[in-house]
Design a protein around this ligand. Structure first.
Ligand code: NAP
Length: 323
């Protein structure tokens, strides 16, 4: 089969399209004939050797995919050959075939196309577990989303609206903010032009935000932390702008909390909550509350170009690889 292969830590342009043997499913795994997969910022971190897990070489990157089950391991009970699934993968999504643990696979609704399914899980579930189970966002609260047009940021905007919050979107360009507005954001902040802290104070009449969803980090984290209301919660999601330090005194003075939220934790330790998240998200999608944005599509051999879109900060919504 054809796959995009990583043979050493490096950049997207070090990846090569190669002909390799297909993987074999373990007893608790299914083999998937991949129809589409999705590019995540984490793919770029993984191939650089800076991700939480460092697969043995050679490996195909790609953390999520959609396709048809072609083979099942002996212990698999929920799926059979011919079923359409969307799946979280340890890696291996940028290949014609991939294996996934049964527990990481979900049936694709008949009315959901392959491209939406391939990009549904990481984007929506990462944001849902963070906002719903970690921060416990309540109806009527204010949610500030940084990187609000990005892969996970845009889903956080939609999830905030589905939960009845007032959503303030932060992004670096007016075009990106327009996208966040089309997906439900009530208020917009261009944090490249304006002070995030000052604009949040204006919008919230000095009260601050109840929850901040932060996949960016870096200097913005400090401003976002200062912008939290009494009892506010900041969700530490990712560090595309750098890993920030947290001054403990600023947590104490307003009873604020900084909360890490990792999708990986839910996959390993709380699959019950993760499955509840997928169920709620699919029902919201059916009701039209979630409108996934696929902004670009690439063939398998152009995975390096697709990853570069994210690294060069041009991506909005999700970028898909068609197999
Ligand atoms: N904790 C979890 O469970 C979890 C799950 C999924 C992803 N993540 C993490 O979340 C982060 C975002 O992932 P993603 O797939 O959504 O990425 P993405 O689509 O590239 O979005 C990242 C956003 O960050 C902003 N940004 C600020 N500085 C940037 C820079 N130097 N380079 C690129 N973007 C920059 C961009 O918006 P502006 O230009 O508007 O600032 C961009 O839209 C990553 O760190 C990823 O590892 C965490």
């Amino acid at each position: 089969m054809q796959a995009i292969i990583c043979r050493d830590w490096g950049t997207p342009n070090d990846l090569k399209l190669e002909e390799i043997s297909p993987p074999h499913p373990e007893a608790n795994e299914v083999l998937i004939k991949v129809a589409a997969s999705c590019v995540n910022y984490a793919d770029t971190i993984m191939i650089a050797g800076r991700y939480q897990s460092r697969p043995d070489f050679p490996f195909a990157p790609g953390l999520e995919a959609c396709g048809e089950v072609t083979k099942c391991g002996a212990d698999v009970t929920r799926f059979k050959p011919g079923d359409r699934v969307m799946a979280f993968l340890g890696n291996g999504g940028f290949a014609e075939q991939a294996t996934a643990e049964e527990t990481d696979c979900f049936a694709v609704p008949d009315e959901m196309d392959d491209k939406i399914a391939a990009s549904f899980l990481i984007g929506y579930v990462s944001s849902h577990v963070a906002i719903r189970w970690q921060a416990k966002l309540e109806t009527g609260e204010t949610l500030l989303v940084l990187g609000a047009s990005g892969g996970v940021g845009l889903t956080a905007v939609e999830i905030g609206k589905a939960l009845g919050a007032t959503v303030i979107a932060g992004a670096s360009t007016s075009g990106k903010l327009e996208i966040a507005q089309r997906h439900g954001a009530d208020e917009l902040i261009n944090y490249k032009q304006d002070s995030l802290k000052q604009r949040v104070a204006e919008i919230t009449c000095g009260i601050g935000t109840n929850v901040c969803y932060d996949p960016v980090g870096g200097d913005l984290f400090d401003e976002a932390l200062s912008s939290l209301a009494w009892g506010g919660r900041i969700l530490v999601i990712g560090f595309v702008g750098g890993i920030p330090q947290i001054p403990a005194n600023r947590l104490l003075v307003k009873n604020r909390s900084a909360m890490g939220s990792s999708l990986r934790y839910y996959r390993e330790f709380r699959p019950d909550l993760l499955h509840a998240s997928v169920e709620e998200l699919v029902s919201w999608w059916r009701e039209g509350k979630l409108i996934p944005l696929i902004s670009k599509e690439f063939p398998l051999e152009e995975v390096p170009a697709a990853m570069t879109e994210l690294l060069e900060r041009r991506a909005v919504g999700r970028i898909i690889i068609n197999l």
